[in-house]
Design a protein. Structure first.
Length: 159
């Protein structure tokens, strides 16, 4: 039987997954229906649709091949490992950050299997320098990883 704390973690994963899905659906609907792959917001921030078949931030961009399938399977196994880690960790704060990672990771994993690629659309830039285009799920993953690093650096204990 799951404790209330663990149940809350699964609910938060679902909520984060839903936020990511809704953001991607809205962007895809707006950009693809308007025959434009970019929405200008201001001089340093746009919504610009790109499809990422690689891993985080477009690293290892690959076509849908055997290697793509292998990477997708590895990412799936990592997600199962994170779920196990979240369930067995005695540090609730650590479990919270793992659940944040899972909320984002499952969003991107869904896209890998459903679209064979992940829609990225947040484009931060300064003049001609563009940061990697990313999505809401990537933000969740990054927040979770930073949280785990901070916990480890400061050896924060929280039951």
């Amino acid at each position: 039987m799951l404790s209330k704390k663990k149940l809350y973690l699964f609910i938060s994963i679902f909520i984060l997954f839903a936020i990511d899905r809704v953001s991607k659906i809205l962007i895809l609907k707006n950009l693809l229906n308007n025959s434009s792959l970019e929405i200008y917001i201001n001089s340093f921030f746009n919504f610009s649709l790109t499809w990422n078949s690689g891993i985080g931030f477009g690293i290892l961009q690959i076509e849908h091949t055997f290697l793509y399938v292998i990477i997708s399977i590895i990412i799936t196994m990592i997600n199962f490992t994170l779920i196990y880690w979240m369930l067995v960790s005695s540090n609730y704060l650590e479990s919270i950050f793992v659940s944040i990672i899972l909320g984002g990771s499952l969003g991107n994993l869904f896209d890998r299997y459903y679209y064979n690629s992940v829609p990225d659309f947040i484009d931060l830039h300064y003049e001609s320098f563009h940061w990697f285009t990313f999505n809401i799920a990537d933000i969740f993953i990054t927040i979770g990883i930073i949280g785990l690093v901070i916990i480890d650096l400061f050896k924060i204990k929280n039951k």
